[in-house]
Design a protein around this ligand. Structure first.
Ligand SMILES: Nc1ccn([C@@H]2O[C@H](COP(=O)(O)OP(=O)(O)OP(=O)(O)O)[C@@H](O)[C@H]2O)c(=O)n1
Ligand SMILES: C[C@](O)(CO)[C@H](O)COP(=O)(O)O
Length: 269
């Protein structure tokens, strides 16, 4: 056997050095999760900021951080705390057991979800190549959903959303500002609609560009993939999960605690 075999080419191994024509090899992939947790939770009713409210005794944010850290793809979690609550959130996280293999940073957030995500992105170290953006308000997302999103990004998709088909028929309405009844403008074909969840996954450079472009335009989007769509790039859909629902209204707390109780009974955690 020849002793001059070419070293195997792998994105996980140091490459043989810059290629004379194509330049340096791409950096090895490293995935971070950004968790926007700076919202008040107005729709949940009076109380602490939503991410700090408890589900079966544990803050929603801790459930969300653990859900991200459970994915082997994620080695860093950046939590975006309420603007004046970063120290409190740091203490809260230090008081709860988190996987030691995952680094957890905390930064203060902004007045909109989009601004909070931008602030989280700005805090990422240079070697992060892929980003998962995950609502603290979706504390029960299963690891398989996180892994599926992370894998699709590593596979080359610029943006990935987990999504589910809708159970209800959706109407487009003409919203009235004068207190009169809304009227229906149309009924989109339900089979073509999806309810999207988080984590949404992105190539880091793509997401940063999408946020930079959105900021000066002042037109917000209700999710990060919506900003990537405006760049004209494809957004890939992977199966979502019923347990990745967003805790938005009081009834969602009842459902979340029931899911946790069932998990404890069947899985022991
Ligand atoms: N300024 C904001 C607003 C929202 N979020 C986060 O974005 C996620 C999704 O938002 P949503 O469920 O709408 O939370 P709230 O904005 O807190 O809810 P509400 O609209 O009822 O106040 C949540 O994890 C929330 O903490 C954020 O980081 N910064
Ligand atoms: C990002 C999101 O969870 C996708 O469904 C959703 O758009 C967040 O919306 P909200 O206005 O912050 O509740």
């Amino acid at each position: 056997m020849s002793s001059s075999t070419t070293p195997p080419s792998s994105p996980f191994l140091p490459g043989p050095g810059p290629h004379p024509e194509t330049g340096p090899p791409p950096p090895p992939p490293r995935t971070a999760a950004v968790i926007p947790a700076a919202g008040r939770g107005v729709r949940l009713g009076p109380g602490a900021p939503k991410a700090l409210r408890t589900l079966n005794g544990t803050p929603m944010l801790v459930h969300a951080v653990r859900a991200m850290a459970r994915s082997r793809a994620v080695s860093l979690v950046v939590v975006v705390a309420p603007p004046d609550g970063a120290a409190e959130v740091r203490t809260l996280l230090d008081d709860h057991a988190l996987p030691s293999t995952t680094e957890v940073a905390v930064v203060p957030g902004g007045s909109t979800r989009q601004e909070s995500v931008s602030l989280g992105l700005a805090a990422l170290p240079a070697d992060i190549t892929d980003v998962l953006v995950h609502d603290a308000a979706r504390p029960l997302v299963p690891a398989e959903t996180v892994d599926a999103v992370a894998a699709a990004v590593r596979g080359g998709a610029p943006a990935v959303v987990p999504a589910l088909p809708l159970a209800d028929t959706v109407k487009e309405v003409d919203p009235r500002t004068d207190g009169g009844p809304e009227t229906v403008l149309g009924t989109p074909e339900r089979a073509r609609l999806r309810a999207v969840q988080t984590p949404q996954g992105f190539n880091r450079e793509t997401l940063a560009r999408a946020h930079e472009k959105a900021a000066p335009e002042g037109e917000g989007a209700t999710d990060d993939a919506g900003l990537v769509e405006r760049l004209g790039l494809p957004v890939v859909v992977v199966p979502g999960h019923e347990e990745a629902f967003k805790v938005t209204r009081p009834l969602d707390l009842v459902l979340a605690e029931a899911v946790l109780a069932r998990r404890r009974a069947t899985d022991g955690f």
